[in-house]
Unconditional design. Structure first.
Length: 84
């Protein structure tokens, strides 16, 4: 909102893909076997591993006068651009 730019916390976005990592088994009632330390009481489902390709943070500088865009990729590391 006009005059309250410094209150904006910014935005974060992440890009990548979910790679299947197997199934999470349960018994006939949707319960996993074993005690609570191994996920007892959890329903059946699929497990995934996040393969992150990019993370972007967009925010204003401390004076709320410039837009700061920071992004990270596994190949290029962290980069920053500021714009008025």
């Amino acid at each position: 909102m006009e005059g309250e730019e410094a209150a904006w916390p910014g935005e974060a976005k992440i890009a990548g893909r979910a790679v299947p990592a197997g199934t999470l088994g349960g018994d006939a009632h949707g319960q996993t076997a074993g005690d609570a330390s191994d996920g007892a009481g959890q329903p059946e489902g699929e497990a995934f591993v996040a393969d992150i390709s990019e993370v972007v943070l967009t925010a204003l500088n401390d004076d709320a006068t410039e837009l700061m865009v920071r992004w990270w990729t596994p190949t290029d590391g962290l980069r920053t651009v500021t714009r008025e």
